[in-house]
Ligand binder design. Structure first.
Ligand SMILES: Nc1ncnc2c1ncn2[C@@H]1O[C@H](COP(=O)(O)OP(=O)(O)O)[C@@H](O)[C@H]1O
Ligand SMILES: O=P(O)(O)OC[C@H]1O[C@@](CO)(OP(=O)(O)O)[C@@H](O)[C@@H]1O
Length: 397
């Protein structure tokens, strides 16, 4: 059965319908970013920008006070227990899960992955599953450090220009190595839920990933079957993006770099990504499902979930679930927990994040701190306009 998932309406006054006819990801409008902007669709802004209008920022929205801090931290648990014999099989192999992340840099993929793991660990239905994140950036840093033996002069420096599209081969190599590590750890039964944390921003990359998943599942030497789950993380709010870029400037790529250089470098990286990114669509979901079914010669499961602007925008018809005709309890339970996490993300974590962003900008407005001035000089309207142009001209306008 195929269908879109429901979401709650508890936080209805904050959320906006995100339907396929006005969606960025809509097939009917030619996957257009410009003709299907989120701010028009959801925030009632006048221009047709990819980004939320700064003045109509989500930050001006009130975070509901009826959600206590405790509730924000407590993943919602469901009311029944997992049985010991819940393990299910596909083609005689024990099922495990692979979560394929998709999203531009600094949209919150790694952060949301750690929230999801927290949620799976806190739910009796899924707490026995061993979860692991396979981050392509981390593998890149490890390999670069080992190769150049100067730990902090990483391949991210502008001289190597790793993120320039002309150097895509290098990025693909790191992604392949990361995937191989993931398959190896699944096959040696070291984890049950493997999260592939990379931008996976092009159709070609995703095609490659699903070809590899099919090869893994049909390989007589692999003991396990991977149930693929696609989790797309999107962020269209300028304040969120600016705040996230600020935080990214403190990650391992920039430990030895001054703040302003880090911001400039990351801003440049973002431009490269915006020039190439293709969002995952319902159409691509259907094509991928057909491909997997043909290749594995069975009716397989495939799931697609979205977190948009930290869960504040609801992706109703974008989320897709395809359960096979004979679907084991373990798959149903795990998907239910993940779906529940997606539907309640704003209450569990999103609002707390908005509070943090608000605080950050309050501090920003009342200070003349050099670091924050540097941020403003790089991540400004001109920068967002550049990103907008890049996304419109990358074949999806
Ligand atoms: N949902 C979120 N909750 C809390 N912080 C977030 C969230 N999304 C992004 N951030 C902030 O933005 C920074 C970058 O997010 P990250 O998860 O590393 O993005 P990505 O993995 O997509 O590159 C994080 O360090 C965090 O400070
Ligand atoms: O190869 P893709 O899919 O672009 O993803 C990997 C890249 O994503 C990035 C994008 O910034 O992730 P991360 O921020 O998690 O470190 C790079 O570090 C990393 O090299």
């Amino acid at each position: 059965m195929t269908g879109s998932s429901d979401s709650d309406s508890q936080d209805g006054y904050l959320t906006s319908e995100y339907n396929s006819s006005n969606s960025l990801f809509s097939l009917n409008n030619g996957n257009s970013y410009s003709s299907a902007s989120l701010d028009r669709a959801t925030l009632d802004c006048q221009d047709s920008s990819f980004f939320d209008n700064h003045k109509n920022s989500l930050l001006s929205t009130k975070v509901p006070r009826y959600i206590s801090n405790d509730a924000l931290h407590l993943p919602i648990t469901l009311n029944y227990k997992r049985d010991n014999d819940d393990v299910t099989y596909t083609n005689g192999k024990v099922n495990k899960f692979m979560i394929v992340l998709i999203g531009l840099p600094a949209t919150g993929k790694s952060t949301i992955s750690s929230h999801l793991i927290q949620c799976l660990k806190n739910n009796p239905l899924t707490n026995s599953l061993r979860c692991e994140v396979f981050n392509a950036g981390k593998i890149r840093r490890q390999i670069s450090c080992a190769t150049i033996s100067k730990p902090l002069l990483l391949s991210n420096t502008s001289s190597e220009d790793l993120f320039n599209p002309k150097n895509n081969d290098k990025k693909e190599t790191y992604a392949r190595i990361t995937l191989q590590k993931l398959f190896h750890e699944i096959n040696s039964d070291e984890c049950d839920v493997a999260i592939f944390d990379a931008t996976n921003s092009t159709v070609e990359r995703r095609k490659f990933i699903f070809e590899e998943v099919c090869s893994f599942n049909t390989d007589v030497l692999s003991t396990f079957n991977l149930v693929p789950i696609i989790l797309q993380v999107s962020c269209f709010n300028r304040d969120f993006i600016k705040y996230n870029i600020h935080n990214k400037s403190f990650n391992e790529d920039y430990l030895d770099k001054p703040y302003e250089l880090a911001i400039k470098d990351f801003a440049k990286r973002l431009k490269h990504y915006y020039a190439q990114f293709t969002p995952f669509s319902v159409d691509e979901f259907n094509q991928t499902h057909r491909y997997i079914c043909q290749h594995e010669e069975i009716d397989t499961s495939l799931f697609f979930f979205n977190v948009i602007n930290a869960g504040i925008v609801k992706p109703h018809s974008l989320n897709q679930s395809h359960y096979p005709s004979t679907c084991g309890k373990q798959i149903k339970d795990t998907i239910m927990v993940i779906e529940n996490f997606i539907n309640h993300y704003s209450q569990m974590f999103g609002f707390e994040y908005i509070e943090a962003v608000k605080l950050f900008f309050e501090r920003f407005e009342n200070s003349s701190e050099e670091t924050l001035t540097a941020l403003d000089s790089v991540v400004n309207d001109e920068f967002f306009n550049d990103l907008q142009n890049l996304i419109e001209n990358n074949g999806f306008a």
